[in-house]
Design a protein around this ligand. Structure first.
Ligand SMILES: C[S@@+](CC[C@H](N)C(=O)[O-])C[C@H]1O[C@@H](n2cnc3c(N)ncnc32)[C@H](O)[C@@H]1O
Length: 320
């Protein structure tokens, strides 16, 4: 298949904001070449969960993405959204030369290039491992989660996913019914079930997430009655809201971007039981205050805890 490759030349400073914006408008599988060595803090601040290999020379940053000309994606419309997104970012960050070059590529395997960077790792007493790797001898006693995110988000390596996992560990009991908004690979729902939760309902806007969740359920021996997954937007789709159900959940988890959490927190209380927990992340530290303000203005919630990892923040609240 010939993919169309688009390469945006920009500044190191803008790379994490651009990758977040691409994620929001539905562009997946970006590649980053950055000839300026990033500081550890900058690397950690990117909202992608497989980090790129960075050459050590001085230079400018390039962010590439691929579109399939034979798919349903309207390339012209997508490029218009990219330009609009860049216009918005240009108001508060230096985007550099901001040129967008187009080329064609035969590289069928760009989708799988990230796999070489995904190795087994632990989050406390949980071992997260790619489905294609062996269990390391020294981790045989850990709670095993097997993941192949495909083209969905959620290897578990991102700080925000780990923040959510640590919060899940605190609140999951055998009676917990969970709503996992923005389920991606299903990693949070699957971890919750492995921790003993009763059942999970996952939603995502991304069709690839639905496929990935099904595959990861199989890899982790999770039956269909334990984890239902639905493509759609709980924020503004009445059918999705009905399907998800009202006053039904003991715990909601959403690891999405801060701006989405701010919108989502208004819609979620109707789906939660009284006293239920809402774990949120995807919040970069510069957006912490905005998210806290939104929650404090929502009478449905009381603040439980704020946790941090690297540049990222997780806010946990309870429905009053
Ligand atoms: C950062 S990923 C998190 C994936 C996984 N839950 C994790 O923690 O690793 C965010 C996911 O939210 C999805 N998403 C974004 N906005 C959404 C919305 N309004 N409703 C449902 N999913 C959404 C994206 O498609 C993406 O899969």
């Amino acid at each position: 298949m010939r993919w169309k490759k688009f390469t945006l030349t920009t500044t190191t400073e803008a790379v994490d904001l651009i990758s977040s914006m691409f994620d929001e408008i539905g562009i997946e599988g970006i590649e980053i070449e950055d000839n300026t060595p990033l500081t550890e803090a900058e690397t950690k601040g990117m909202f992608i969960d497989i980090l790129p290999e960075l050459p050590p020379d001085e230079g400018i940053a390039k962010v590439s993405f691929y579109l399939d000309p034979d798919s349903d994606v309207d390339i012209e419309e997508m490029l218009k959204r990219v330009e609009e997104g860049l216009d918005e970012l240009a108001l508060f960050t230096d985007l550099g030369v901001r040129t967008l070059e187009t080329s064609e590529t035969e590289d069928k395997d760009w989708i799988n290039n990230w796999k070489q960077y995904f190795k087994p790792f632990t989050v406390d007493d949980i071992l997260i491992k790619p489905t294609w790797e062996e269990i390391p001898e020294e981790h045989k006693d850990k709670l095993l989660i097997e993941i192949d995110p495909g083209t969905a988000f959620g290897t578990g390596q991102h700080e925000t996913t780990q923040l959510c996992i640590r919060q899940l560990k605190k609140y999951v009991t055998p009676d917990t019914k969970i709503l996992d908004v923005g389920t991606g690979s299903g990693i949070l729902g699957i971890t919750a079930l492995k921790l003993g939760a009763k059942e999970v309902f996952g939603t995502d806007l991304d069709e690839n997430a639905i496929v990935a969740v099904k595959e990861n359920m199989e890899a982790n021996d999770i039956s269909d009655d334990k984890f239902r997954v639905l493509k759609g937007n709980i924020i503004d789709d009445e059918d999705v809201k009905q399907e998800v159900g009202f006053e039904a959940y003991d715990l909601v988890v959403a690891n999405i971007l801060a701006d989405i959490i701010i919108i989502l927190q208004k819609e979620i209380p109707v789906h939660m039981k009284k006293g239920a927990i809402f774990i949120t992340s995807g919040i970069i530290n510069m957006k912490e205050e905005a998210v806290k303000k939104a929650f404090s203005e929502n009478e449905a919630f009381e603040l439980v805890e704020i946790t941090y990892q690297g540049e990222w923040v997780s806010v946990t609240v309870r429905k009053k």
